[in-house]
Design a protein around this ligand. Structure first.
Ligand code: PGA
Length: 260
């Protein structure tokens, strides 16, 4: 079974310089401890990774990065390797966020290479996928999700899949205040779990953590997290304040208790 749920990760995107990031991490640490169940991951921008790690080390809070390159080292100006992230204290890394796909032209093939490179280390990938508004309106959501899963996970084995966290983030819901309804999200989550079951077996499907992302806020977290296949959230905007981030975590804990 899936361990340490709910899983709530805060993607700070390109917000917070080092002092601001340290302050936010300190506030989250002060207000969240003792953390007796669930998983909380802080995902600051690169320069703040190690400073945030210094605040949260020796606590149950975890650190993640927002992107990674697939090569181990070399002449790749501006890129960061999986081993560098590990050395900075990361346990997780987001791969294939829609903003990377859209603004930096990342393809499903790039994402597959990144996932494979990360699996060579101890890091766990948070693999993002999701449909555009046009795709949803054309009734092609599940087809696109299937293609993203097939290409992103190409040539991986069940034991690799168990280390991957999948984040379903409908593009039209990211940063827009337009959340998917619990039923819309659950439909896609169930589809993803079914895809994993068919390709990697039932026990792997039961093991894989599937997050929802896209305008998750304290007031909608409970109804989303109550859905059977939604194991947690990837939170953008609402993760930039300790109070709203931790309220989402509390709501998710309540929903998870109800589901158990
Ligand atoms: P949002 O971002 O919560 O601000 O919509 C979610 C994400 O991009 O991970």
């Amino acid at each position: 079974m899936r361990k340490s749920l709910p899983f709530i990760a805060g993607n700070w995107k390109m917000h917070k310089n080092i002092p601001e990031a340290v302050k936010l991490a300190q506030e989250i640490k002060d207000k969240s401890l003792p953390l007796t169940s669930g998983t909380l991951v802080l995902i600051p921008p690169f320069p703040a990774l190690y400073p945030v790690y210094q605040v949260i080390q020796e606590t149950p809070l975890k650190l993640g990065a927002q992107n990674v390159f697939w090569e181990k080292e070399g002449a790749y100006t501006g890129e960061v390797s999986p081993a560098m992230l590990e050395a900075a204290g990361c346990q997780y890394v987001i791969i294939g966020h829609s903003e990377r796909r859209q603004y930096f032209k990342e393809t499903d093939e790039d994402i597959n290479k990144k996932i494979k490179a990360v699996l060579q280390t101890q890091l766990n990938p948070i693999f993002c996928l999701g449909e555009s508004l046009e795709t949803r309106q054309a009734g092609q959501t599940l087809e696109i999700i299937r293609q993203q899963l097939e290409k992103g996970l190409r040539s991986l084995q069940s034991e690799d899949i168990r280390r991957i966290i999948i984040a379903y983030e409908p593009i039209w819901a990211i940063g827009t205040g337009m959340t998917a309804t619990p039923a819309q999200a659950q439909e896609v989550h169930a589809f993803i779990r079914d895809f994993i079951a068919q390709n990697y077996g039932n026990s792997t499907a039961e093991y894989v953590i599937i997050l929802y992302g896209g305008s998750v806020k304290p007031n909608n977290a409970f109804s989303l997290m109550r859905e059977k296949d939604i194991d947690g959230a990837l939170v953008g905007g609402a993760s930039l304040k300790a109070d709203s981030f931790l309220e989402i975590f509390q709501e998710a804990l309540k929903a998870y208790e109800e589901k158990k």
